[in-house]
Design a protein around this ligand. Structure first.
Ligand code: IMP
Ligand code: MG
Length: 181
């Protein structure tokens, strides 16, 4: 698994430090507010778990699943809700917790849908943003982020070697390093 990574982009220590900082900021911003963390399955699972523990406030956690890429590295443009929330959002201050924003299409669609449910406020907390220099035009995996459902359990965020997905695109049925076992 580690052999498929070209470069470590964000180390475990850097992730931990950033989450501590985010937790403190969210704790300040949501004092006396009814905070609802909304995790986007599956990529945001490790992040929301660590983030929730870094927030020193009462809060609720719920999840939505939306379709994104399938087994490719390009956004399909088609977004569907696969699993919806369990309770209404009225009276809640909703903070969407997402792993990565690329084109922004997924979150654009999602915020449109959620706004119709009339939350008190709606904000986004994303771990990575492809508009930023560090992650630009690279496909990254680890700490929840996947390629073809693999690599989510890497403790750091790394750049996937292009050979891994090129090999996969050429022969999706075949056996691949990192995807076969
Ligand atoms: P967007 O709709 O183009 O912003 O794509 C966002 C979604 O695509 C994220 O929620 C991720 O699930 C996925 N995604 C985008 N870039 C990457 C990446 O580099 N690695 C893993 N997943 C990614
Ligand atoms: Mg995602």
């Amino acid at each position: 698994m580690h052999d498929d990574i070209a470069e470590i982009l964000v180390t475990e220590e850097e992730i931990r430090a950033k989450i501590t900082e985010l937790g403190e900021q969210i704790t300040r911003d949501y004092q006396d507010k009814n905070l609802q963390l909304l995790g986007i399955l599956k990529g945001a699972v490790p992040f929301i778990g660590d983030l929730a523990r870094a927030i020193n406030l009462p809060l609720e956690i719920d999840y939505m699943a939306i379709s994104s890429y399938g087994n490719t590295t390009q956004s399909s443009g088609v977004v569907r809700i696969l699993k919806d929330l369990e309770s209404p959002l009225e009276q809640k201050h909703v903070l969407i917790v997402e792993d990565i924003v690329d084109s922004g299409l997924t979150l654009h669609y999602l915020t449109d849908v959620l706004r119709q449910r009339k939350p008190r406020s709606l904000r986004i907390c994303t771990l990575l943003d492809k508009g930023r220099e560090r992650v630009k035009a690279q496909f990254v995996v680890g700490y929840g982020l996947d390629y073809a459902q693999r690599y989510r359990n890497l403790p750091y965020i790394g750049v996937l070697k292009p050979t891994v997905y090129l090999e996969y695109l050429e022969n999706p049925q075949g056996q691949h390093k990192g995807l076969a076992e």
